[in-house]
Ligand binder design. Structure first.
Ligand SMILES: [Fe+2]
Length: 366
């Protein structure tokens, strides 16, 4: 869908894309190539999400005789760390057929994170293609508060330039690091997630990832056995309040929700167990006294924060497309490029997956 500059300035005045009338002597800035994908904050509202049955594409690849054959023609496949992340060159995502996309989903589930370089074809295909791509992996999530390209509410944008930011900023914190699993407050949080940058600073703005499979494995078996018995409340209330306070785009399109998820979840395809709490959205452990809950959660958050053993860092280059499995990883932005005043503009395609499956059989969530 075409979006004019006039439309964007009307809905996001702070972007100030027009030159001031008294500034005609200045050389004109070239038009931004991805102006049609700038954040738009429509006043539309949406009803609560409804449950659905998720058929995981990775499960279909399990029966494949060689579920890594989609990488057969790659020029380079390099693991970022032993347990998390693989960087691929020489494979065009746009050329993967349905079977190849199923294999991709399984590989992302196993490695947690895949980084594909040189994906100009993918990025240039535009928003209709992004939706088609994401729909292969699950029902597309519409974010309750973030900006989206006009006409495409299923595309979640991150955006920052010299004048504007629409992301959860941590101005009063000693760090911008905030480990999280995306929208974990939903009943059926995302699974395989695709993210890419349309514009990036010259240096900085890397993204951190951690394996929640590995963070769990670093804990003692006795402690893990205890964690498997626990469930926690994840909440979207604070994120909505942040928007309602006039920050971000000031829009709450769907009323915030809270849901209970197991503290240790099992991936439905790989069977791997993963820690599933995060500092951004997890609020308390059900059934424990407040001090007990805070003690356990703070220990786990600190453990996630400081175990570089489990982490990988993606350094962006133009035309990179990253995929992660939101069920078994956590991630954090790094906002270290503010002084450069450069634009960072990213788009996320976010299919929802199953309601988290407890690692402990029979754990009641309702
Ligand atoms: Fe995120």
């Amino acid at each position: 869908m075409a979006t004019t500059v006039e439309t964007i300035t009307a809905v996001v005045p702070s972007l100030n894309l027009r030159s001031p009338a008294n500034d005609t002597q200045e050389p004109k800035e070239p038009a931004y190539r991805y102006a049609n994908l700038l954040p738009h904050f429509s006043p539309a509202t949406y009803p609560p999400l409804t449950p659905f049955v998720h058929a995981d594409p990775g499960a279909r690849a399990l029966a494949h005789p060689d579920p890594r054959s989609f990488l057969a023609n790659a020029s380079s496949v390099v693991d970022l760390t032993p347990n998390l992340g693989t960087e691929v060159r020489g494979v065009s995502l746009t050329e993967l057929d349905s079977d190849g996309r199923d294999q991709l989903a399984l590989e992302v589930a196993r490695r947690g994170l895949l980084v594909f370089r040189d994906q100009k074809d993918f990025i240039d295909r535009g928003p209709e293609y992004y939706l088609t791509w994401g729909s292969h992996f699950g029902r597309l999530h519409i974010h309750p508060t973030s900006g989206h390209p006009q006409g495409y509410p299923e595309l979640h944008l991150v955006y920052k330039d010299a004048n504007s930011t629409f992301n959860f900023e941590l101005d009063d914190s000693t760090t911008t690091t905030m480990w999280h699993s995306d929208v974990s407050y939903e009943l059926q949080p995302p699974g395989l997630t695709t993210f890419f940058l349309l514009a990036q600073p010259t240096v900085g703005g890397d993204t951190l990832f951690t394996s929640q499979v590995s963070t769990l494995k670093r804990l003692s078996p006795q402690y893990v056995a205890f964690l498997r018995t626990l469930k926690a409340v994840h909440s979207g209330v604070q994120q909505a309040e942040f928007s309602r306070a006039g920050k971000r785009g000031g829009i709450v399109r769907r009323e915030p929700v809270e849901h209970v998820h197991p503290v240790v979840r099992r991936h439905p395809v790989t069977g791997q167990e993963a820690l599933y709490v995060n500092r951004q959205f997890t609020r308390r452990i059900v059934g424990l006294k407040r001090e007990e809950s805070e003690n356990i959660l703070n220990f786990l958050y600190d453990h996630i924060d400081r175990t570089g053993d489990n982490q990988a860092r993606v350094k962006w280059s133009p035309n990179t497309v990253v995929l992660w499995d939101n069920r078994v990883t956590a991630h954090s932005a790094i906002v270290d490029y503010g002084e450069s005043k450069e634009r960072r503009h990213g788009a996320r395609i976010t299919p929802q997956a199953e309601r988290p499956v407890p690692a402990l059989d029979g754990l009641q969530l309702d």
